[in-house]
Design a protein around this ligand. Structure first.
Ligand SMILES: Nc1ncnc2c1ncn2[C@@H]1O[C@H](COP(=O)(O)OP(=O)(O)OP(=O)(O)O)[C@@H](O)[C@H]1O
Length: 365
């Protein structure tokens, strides 16, 4: 591929990263980041999220493969020559400097004129709603305010990309939710590309234009939050994003699958007859009926009231557990039926690549 033809601001092409003596942390990873969008790297601890940020920032170099920035190979360009700033999990603010000087720090190193520094710092403070806090000491600021100072420091020089490594993890839940909204809004106003790391799937779904779901050094799936939630590519993604019912199944023929020993109508086609598959049905796609009207017959094991819905755990005769989110109440021990639309059945082929998966889904529409 001609690197200069791409519109991507960042492109990873077959990137592998191996720290000394260890097995590969990233394995042949390829992706593109488009300008001006909000990306999230989502995955469990140790899957390689921070390593991707470090490679983009230039704190470490790939063992194999190429990284492009605006079409230019940057594998060996040092961090201070890249148009990238990072907001770290612990904010990494200087405790002995006040708010103004923390934000001005990078500009002073660049020997910018005092009048220009003042203007830029004040603009950055306006962006994060901290005008008037210039002379405050860092230890006089709350967690949420420190967070904003760290963001102001990252945006003050208008880099092309801002990397955010779990920046909300130190905040309590309420503040965290507020900051999610604020950050997303800030990214829209600035139009700078944000690459955000989290292991919190709800955060990723709420904030992102696009999510990369990672596991064990590979991107399992990339797409919009809705794409990934509605059409997970495999068990890992289905389990990691939202809550799911996942059972073993078999493709009988086009538009027909078998699971729990019964056949059901579905919307999938083009698989091999008898091919083993994984089946996903989201809890909110299951509806409670009388036992005789249900596609599945189950017994209620537990029920929790969650405000907007009941969370009901059931077991079918084969011993499969089914989680149901329903506005209808059931009784523990009650025999009920579960029904669902053919579209609610998500068929996942074992070992399918993202390209094959996307092609298959396209062929359905
Ligand atoms: N400098 C290093 N030297 C050796 N191994 C490292 C180094 N940095 C990271 N690793 C290892 O690489 C793997 C991926 O780490 P990374 O920090 O990228 O994961 P992560 O997905 O960001 O995890 P977390 O959510 O816990 O921060 C881990 O097993 C980690 O122990």
């Amino acid at each position: 591929m001609n690197a200069n033809k791409t519109e991507a601001i960042i492109r990873f092409d077959g990137v592998t990263k191996q720290y000394e003596g260890d097995s590969a942390v990233l394995k042949n990873v390829s992706f593109e980041i488009e300008r001006g969008r909000f990306y999230t790297l989502l995955g469990p601890s140790g899957c390689g999220k921070t390593t991707i940020l470090r490679l983009i920032a230039g704190f470490t170099a790939p063992t194999q493969g190429s990284i492009y920035f605006n079409g230019q190979l940057i594998n060996h360009i040092p961090a201070n020559k890249r148009q990238v700033n990072t907001v770290f999990q612990d904010y990494a603010l200087f405790p002995h400097l006040n708010v103004f000087e923390n934000i001005a720090f990078g500009l002073r190193i660049k020997k910018m004129k005092q009048s220009e520094i003042k203007e830029k710092v004040q603009e950055a403070l306006r962006f994060v709603n901290l005008s008037g806090y210039e002379n405050r000491e860092i230890n006089e600021m709350s967690g949420g305010q420190r967070q904003r100072v760290a963001i102001a420091r990252a945006i003050v020089n208008r880099p092309e990309i801002i990397l955010l490594d779990e920046p909300l993890s130190a905040l309590d839940l309420k503040l965290r939710t507020e900051m999610q909204v604020e950050l997303r809004e800030l990214q829209r106003r600035l139009g700078i590309t944000f690459i955000f790391v989290t292991h919190d799937q709800e955060e990723a779904l709420a904030m992102s234009d696009e999510i990369f779901v990672l596991s064990e050094g590979r991107i399992q799936q990339s797409g919009t939050p809705m794409d990934i939630y509605d059409e997970p590519i495999n068990r890992f993604v289905a389990d990691f994003i939202g809550e799911s019912n996942i059972v073993d199944g078999r493709m009988v023929k086009d538009y027909q699958v078998e699971f729990t020993g019964k056949t059901f109508e579905c919307v999938d086609k083009g698989l091999q007859p008898n091919e083993p598959i994984d089946i996903v049905i989201r809890p909110e796609d299951l509806e409670i009926t009388r036992p005789e009207d249900g596609k599945l017959q189950v017994r209620v094991e537990t029920q929790l009231f969650r405000g907007v819905h009941f969370e009901i755990q059931c077991t079918d005769e084969a011993g499969n557990r089914w989680l149901v989110h329903s506005t209808r109440k059931a009784e523990v021990g009650e025999a009920i039926g579960l029904t669902f639309d053919p579209e609610a059945i998500h068929v996942m082929r074992l070992g399918e690549t993202e390209e094959e998966f996307d092609k298959r889904l396209e062929s359905y529409s």
